[in-house]
Ligand binder design. Structure first.
Ligand SMILES: CC1CCN(C(=N)N)CC1
Length: 331
């Protein structure tokens, strides 16, 4: 079996949403595929009105295939301190023609204001590893873990684009979606994340390659690229107008600063992925400013590097759960 679904970026590529069908008859929600978490949760009719702001709600009572998991609950808190919690139902879920008939659907009773404010986002499909699923008393499998045994190949791929729709594929690799070779690197899933080690980085076409191992996670659910402080300094040190602006909470520089270099990160076997400098002028810090908030910021608050959407949209990535490895290719 296999599946394929288009993903669409919200403004500034802050997140990428995909249509998902839940229940019988099908209820379509727009969900955020997040490889940095492992809960499948949705806005639902169990929520208080005050927590809803235009989102589409999953109504388990309107689904003839929904079964409540009595006595089960969940609560998740994300890196930015946003959170959600609620009850659990088993129901059928289809993403891009791929159906899992008994998915644990976590129906929200409570969401924090960050989720309420994001009116386009109806919930998350966590495609990290199931060991960090928050359902109690027994954790539940991710959509991919449920689908995997029936797939042609135990992989899913992410093709995120800058300011344009991309695609998530399940169960196969589309050889037309990338250029050159796919370089595979081992994954350590013990923390539940797609954790891997980059051999280093290079700033610009003329800079030398810095052999410094960077431990991090491939995370579709994080907008920016969070790298070690020293890497940020090496990059922003090459941009004439760049500075660390505590009032903005990060590095900023003039959006059109022509000294902005491309950023390359190593994936192994001498392969590098090129992130165009334009991706790193993330967004204007306010409408009247000529300065942009940087797409690369320090990972000091997290403890490891997060290869978020800024990096992922420069590549074609294979999340190979069958062999616990990541595949990186240019496109
Ligand atoms: C380590 C953190 C990375 C960002 N998160 C996420 N994509 N859900 C939360 C975990």
């Amino acid at each position: 079996d296999r599946g394929s679904v288009q993903n669409s970026p919200k403004s500034y590529d802050v997140e990428y949403l995909m249509p998902v069908s839940l229940g019988t008859p099908a209820q379509q929600l727009n969900l955020d595929l997040d490889t940095g978490s492992s809960d499948f949760w949705v806005f639902s009719t169990l929520l208080k009105e005050s927590m809803i702001n235009g989102q589409t709600l999953y109504d388990p009572n309107a689904s003839t295939t929904a079964d409540k998991m009595e006595g089960y609950s969940w609560k998740i808190t994300y890196g930015d301190q946003s959170y959600s919690s609620g009850d659990v139902y088993v129901d059928t879920v289809t993403i891009g023609d791929l159906t899992v008939s008994t998915q644990a659907v976590e129906a929200a009773r409570e969401v924090s204001e960050e989720f309420t404010a994001d009116s386009d986002n109806d919930g998350l499909v966590g495609l990290g590893f199931g060991i960090i699923n928050t359902v109690m008393p027994y954790k539940q499998k991710t959509f991919f873990e449920k689908a995997m045994p029936g797939l042609d190949s135990p992989v899913f791929t992410a093709d995120l684009k800058s300011g344009a729709p991309g695609r998530y594929n399940f169960g196969y690799i589309d050889d037309g979606a990338y250029t050159g070779n796919i370089t595979y690197v081992p994954v350590n899933s013990s923390d539940g994340f797609w954790s891997w080690v980059s051999p280093g980085f290079q700033v610009g076409t003329t800079g030398s390659f810095n052999n410094t191992r960077i431990h991090g996670i491939a995370d579709t659910g994080t907008t920016l690229l969070l790298l070690p402080e020293g890497v940020c300094e090496a990059f922003y040190g090459r941009i004439a107008s760049a500075k660390y602006d505590a009032s903005q909470g990060g590095y900023t520089f003039e959006c059109n600063d022509s000294t902005t270099p491309d950023f390359y990160f190593g994936t192994g076997n001498g392969q590098m992925i090129r992130i165009p400098g334009s991706y790193l002028a993330y967004s204007k810090i306010d409408t009247s400013s000529l300065r942009c908030f940087g797409g690369m910021q320090s990972d000091s608050g997290v403890g490891f590097t997060i290869w978020g959407d800024i990096a992922l949209k420069a590549a074609f990535i294979v999340f190979d759960q069958g062999s616990e490895r990541l595949g990186w290719a240019e496109k």
